[in-house]
Design a protein around this ligand. Structure first.
Ligand code: SF4
Ligand code: SF4
Length: 404
């Protein structure tokens, strides 16, 4: 696999680093997926506990705990059903130590056609591939160059939890990045097992969409590898593909859905025109907002400016080294998930960009928040957001709503 030292970085990547505002230090190193906090929960005694074991077990119904509003049998049932398609894909190569879509790329289901289809210009092909991604169900699509700095330097063999090569064929020069919007009403019920259905639903959607789009490209006679959380960090790719900007809550903030979106990707050699990073005014809003950091129950998010991981990470191996950004305390965050027996996304729910924007007032607020009116406009938008912030929706209220 090709890798780029800082000095050998191709000019097109340097240029998009500048446009995206990426700042890498001399001690930057590619992230080992062994150090991902979810992976560490299987081999590292500093993370693994009875709570983390019970967290993973709760995704099987016979092990699901039942207590309180949002954590009843129905809540866990909906969450676990939402994950089903993703689970089927991720478990089909378990006997070979591969958790497809999470700890290893999704395996090809379609051979590459021996004849290459006739293509239009890279611009026309990019427009067409975006339309087809949306036909299959993607909500956002952008295209960028492959950049091995963001690829995991290894991945775990899930049988032994030992590191093995994280191989991706050379020649896959482009990355199609797709965004999948989470259900706004379910997100309003975080934290709860019910809200976890919003996460599971998108993983199941994205599994289908990446596999279908990869199959389409392979039928055209070009290579394509479908990928969800595996193989590479998707956040820098989503930013480079122009889909959003990085937020204090560790998520990509998009103009359309704020942070209420999950991302998948396809590595391909299909010749496509690329998108560039966009200045959207979202991270400037973040710089003067700390709503997510205040709301985090375990204070896992930073309050200060982007740094090299000094503020809250406590030297954690789960922090990407050598990139100036907002970094979280991954152990504290996942420890809270483990206690809940479900994913927490309070920091997504409370973000003012998460709620769907409605009518003229939503448009005016977004304009002010993203820079129309300068610093004063942003200050007005922050004060306005504080006044219109909505409390968490109780899960039983959500169930009442769907009953009509
Ligand atoms: S809550 Fe505020 S600081 Fe946190 S991600 Fe959203 S805009 Fe940024
Ligand atoms: S997911 Fe929950 S625990 Fe983790 S950083 Fe966000 S609010 Fe904090």
């Amino acid at each position: 696999m090709a890798s780029h030292g800082r000095n050998s970085l191709p000019e097109h990547l340097r240029e998009t680093d500048r446009a995206a505002g990426f700042e890498l230090a001399a001690d930057f190193e590619r992230f080992s997926q062994m150090n991902d906090v979810f992976t560490r929960a299987f081999w590292d005694a500093r993370v693994k506990s009875k709570d983390t074991d019970a967290f993973f077990a709760s995704y099987r119904m016979e092990a699901a705990p039942r207590r309180g509003d949002g954590f009843t049998q129905k809540d866990f049932a909906l969450r676990n059903a939402a994950w089903l398609i993703s689970d089927i894909v991720s478990e089909r190569s378990a006997a070979e130590g591969l958790r497809e879509g999470f700890q290893g790329a999704i395996r090809d289901d379609t051979p590459v056609a021996p004849e290459k289809a006739e293509l239009g210009t890279p611009e026309a092909e990019a427009a067409e591939i975006k339309a087809i991604a949306k036909l299959f169900g993607a909500d956002l699509v952008g295209i960028t160059h492959r950049d091995d700095r963001w690829h995991y330097r290894d991945r775990p063999d899930t049988r032994t939890m030992e590191p093995v090569a994280n191989d991706l064929p050379d020649g896959l020069s482009h990355v199609i990045v797709m965004g999948h919007a989470m259900d706004a009403d379910l997100v309003e019920t975080y934290p709860s097992a019910l809200a976890g259905a919003a996460t599971g639903r998108e993983y199941s959607h994205e599994a289908a969409i990446v596999m279908q789009l990869a199959a389409y490209i392979r039928n055209l006679g070009y290579d394509a590898v479908a990928s969800m959380n595996d193989t590479a960090l998707v956040v820098p790719y989503a930013i480079k593909a122009g889909l959003g900007e990085y937020g204090r809550n560790q998520m990509v903030l998009t103009p359309e859905f704020g942070p209420r979106v999950r991302f998948s990707k396809i590595f391909t050699d299909l010749p496509l025109a690329v998108d560039g990073p966009r200045a959207l005014g979202l991270k400037e809003y973040c710089a003067g907002c700390d709503v997510c950091a205040v709301a985090c129950p375990v204070k896992a998010l930073p309050f200060g400016s982007p740094d090299f991981g000094e503020e809250v990470t406590q030297g954690s191996p789960s922090t990407l080294r050598g990139v100036r950004k907002w970094s979280s305390n991954a152990e504290a965050c996942f420890g809270y998930w483990a206690k809940l027996k479900s994913d927490c996304a309070i920091c997504m729910r409370v973000c003012p960009f998460t709620a769907p924007r409605k009518g003229w007032s939503g448009r005016v607020w977004y304009g002010l928040a993203t820079g129309r009116g300068g610093a004063r406009g942003r200050a007005i938008a922050r004060a306005w957001a504080a006044r219109r912030a909505r409390p968490r929706v109780k899960p039983k209220e959500w169930w009442g709503r769907i009953r009509g």
